[in-house]
Design a protein around this ligand. Structure first.
Ligand SMILES: C[S@@+](CC[C@H](N)C(=O)[O-])C[C@H]1O[C@@H](n2cnc3c(N)ncnc32)[C@H](O)[C@@H]1O
Length: 245
């Protein structure tokens, strides 16, 4: 193991705090087959930096070339098994969908779902969302940003790992076009409060439903297995909706 930050960087270890942990990347046979057959078309091949899920900061995604057309772009960060993004892509073929996720089996499951439905408006990016919002996506290129059920990191000592922070709000403001939308959902009431606070404090966003208010359930959001787990545990779900001013 590296003993200093410089050694860590040289050995390809990440040195920043991230909102995810490295998990086993084993694919089941169906996921493996889908990945082998379709990842080359659906998973964007990006130049890497420090870690396996980093993107070279000099790289900027050519969105129109990636989707082979110009259409409003929805980006879901932390797309998990791809349930929400694939459902929405099928329901709104006039929009393009980019699923950003670090977990390989989740990405493979998303590839499987998208190809089973013959979708042409879904692409995937295996990368840390913070980096994608910082440099990979062109400024103002995102019509809607979705963050649904981000890991709650509920222990106080882990709160620093949460995805939705003041700095993420800054990055989101850079990536979302003026007039664009940022939707979030969580089954963790105290994380919903944190989201309302940090995004509410960012002058680039207004809460569509009034200061400090929650949104009605977003109709375009299918119920995912993570949401099901929240319901099963008796937690209520909060939706939030902000507009980029
Ligand atoms: C609790 S799951 C929710 C998945 C999905 N949104 C849903 O509602 O079913 C959170 C997901 O976010 C991913 N994730 C966490 N931090 C991330 C980051 N910085 N960049 C990309 N994905 C991330 C995790 O790998 C995990 O799959």
């Amino acid at each position: 193991m590296p003993e200093t930050l410089d050694e860590a960087r040289e050995q390809g270890f990440r040195t920043d705090i991230v909102s995810f942990v490295r998990r086993s990347g084993r694919l089941n046979p169906r996921q493996q087959r889908a990945w082998d057959e379709h990842a080359a078309q659906l998973v964007v091949d990006v130049p890497r930096a420090e870690a396996r899920t980093s993107v070279d900061p000099a790289y900027v995604l050519d969105v129109a070339a990636t989707f082979d057309r110009e259409a409003p772009l929805v980006v879901e960060v932390g797309s998990g098994l791809g349930e929400a993004v694939v459902h929405a892509a099928e329901a709104t073929p006039e929009r393009d969908f980019l699923a950003v996720e670090v977990y390989t089996p989740g990405l493979a499951q998303t590839v499987l779902r998208a190809t089973q439905r013959g979708l042409t408006n879904v692409r995937l990016l295996q990368a840390n969302a913070a980096e994608v919002l910082t440099t990979t996506l062109p400024e103002g290129s995102v019509d809607e940003l979705w963050v649904f059920f981000p890991d709650p990191w509920h222990k106080a000592r882990h709160h620093k790992r949460r995805l939705v922070t003041p700095s993420l709000a800054e990055l989101a403001a850079r990536a979302i076009r003026p007039g664009g939308t940022w939707r979030l959902a969580t089954d963790w009431a105290e994380y919903a409060d944190q989201m309302l606070e940090v995004i509410g404090a960012n002058p680039s966003f207004v809460n569509v439903h009034g200061v400090g208010a929650v949104a009605p359930r977003f109709e375009g959001r299918v119920r995912t297995s993570f949401e099901g787990k929240g319901h099963a545990a008796g937690r209520s779900i909060t939706d939030l909706e902000f507009r980029r001013v």
